[in-house]
Design a protein around this ligand. Structure first.
Ligand SMILES: [Zn+2]
Length: 377
């Protein structure tokens, strides 16, 4: 049985082995600091998108993608290819008018430390606003300044709400500020088992320093929502209540003709099922065997070997951890990078999104919004 923790560990190992190698020709390279900060924290009643294998057939409801995006009203960034130019103008989310906060001593990274995130503040989301902050009790004193820094917390959410159109994040109803110290997890997204229409966005405030890292990670997390929300898949409470249980997964997969993610059964014409059919059909069985490995060291070693054997198929090393992570990484690169040329599978995974006019429009909106934000508008 594979756990989220072992995946995270593998991911860091891969990133470490791949320094200088994670460059997709025709695309901008992703700094290691970004890659190592993506994902994936499991809160008590929430389940994140770690993966599980597979699928057999029965009937499922038909599904039609329904683009609802409005055209961009202001073309700040022609072609959507100047994201990095605008990002370079952004300032740290933590460096507001006040003094920059120092790293809390109690959570300075230690070898072998847990990646578990400590919750500092929980907000509810009303429209595009966060409200009703609930402060976590009994925190160590060095975390209190971060808990009290509501201006920075507001800035982080306001930035997300600025760059992602509100109609696109309707299902995010909870916003959590937490930390696992510097590095590790920067942000994650998870689905509530108590309310299957409630996605929770979690952000590590201590890592909210580099706007490029933050933007990349928020786009990656939004990529999960885009590909796993209720328009894309049917949540499966059995899976959510029994994460990483291979037996439960096998049972549930017998009723899902499409890709079964760790949250539910993807819909026939969903982005992730189309992505899976196009890019994972030939490698899925081999990957599934590795994913079922229960020994974390063996899992890390085998998945590392698998990655290097198929390196031209993955946009980043983290992409190899599951179809869900693969499409989220490709999505983030779709937003950030210029349109790829060439024909490698990794490039095709970015070009995949160009087949959807609504997503091309969304890309333009997001990049324009980043640019407007960078101009203080
Ligand atoms: Zn992810």
């Amino acid at each position: 049985m594979t756990t989220a923790l072992s995946k995270t560990k593998l991911f860091i190992i891969l990133a470490g082995l791949s320094v200088g190698m994670i460059v997709l020709a025709g695309c901008l390279p992703v700094p290691e600091t970004i890659i190592t900060q993506v994902e994936s924290q499991v809160a008590t009643t929430f389940s994140t998108s770690t993966f599980t294998p597979t699928s057999t057939l029965t009937s499922t409801p038909t599904f039609t993608l329904t683009p609802t995006l409005e055209p961009s009203t202001e073309n700040v960034c022609p072609g959507g290819d100047c994201a990095y130019t605008c990002l370079s103008k952004l300032k740290s989310f933590l460096n507001g008018p006040g003094q920059p906060l120092s790293l809390p001593n109690s959570i300075t990274p230690q070898p072998g430390r847990s990646l578990k995130m400590t919750t500092l503040v929980t907000y509810q989301i009303e429209g595009d606003q966060i409200s009703s902050p609930v402060l976590a009790p009994n925190l160590s004193s060095d975390l209190l300044p971060y808990q009290a820094d509501s201006p920075a917390q507001q800035r982080i959410w306001a930035y997300f709400a600025k760059i992602i159109p509100s109609g696109q994040h309707r299902e995010i109803k909870t916003f959590v500020i937490g930390t696992d110290g510097r590095g590790g997890v920067l942000a994650s997204i998870s689905l509530s088992t108590a309310d299957l229409s409630n996605w929770q966005l979690n952000v590590d405030i201590v890592d909210a320093v580099d706007p490029t890292d933050m933007t990349y990670t928020l786009l990656h997390e939004f990529g999960h929502l885009l590909t796993l929300d209720s328009s894309q898949e049917t949540p499966d409470l059995q899976l959510l209540n029994h994460p990483n249980d291979q037996q439960v997964y096998a049972t549930e997969s017998s009723t899902c003709p499409q890709l079964l993610t760790s949250e539910g059964c993807s819909k026939p014409d969903s982005y992730i099922n189309n992505f899976y059919q196009k890019f994972w059909a030939n490698i899925f069985d081999a990957w599934t065997k590795i994913n079922a490995e229960t020994d974390s060291a063996a899992y890390d070693r085998q998945l590392g070997q698998f990655y290097y054997a198929h390196q031209d198929q993955f946009v980043t090393p983290y992409s190899v951890t599951s179809p869900e992570e693969d499409i989220a990484e490709a999505w983030a690169h779709f937003i950030f990078d210029v349109k790829p040329t060439g024909n490698s599978i990794a490039r095709q995974k970015i070009l995949f999104f160009y087949d959807y006019p609504n997503l091309v429009n969304l890309r333009s909106q997001i990049v324009n919004s980043i640019c407007l934000y960078s101009q203080g508008k």
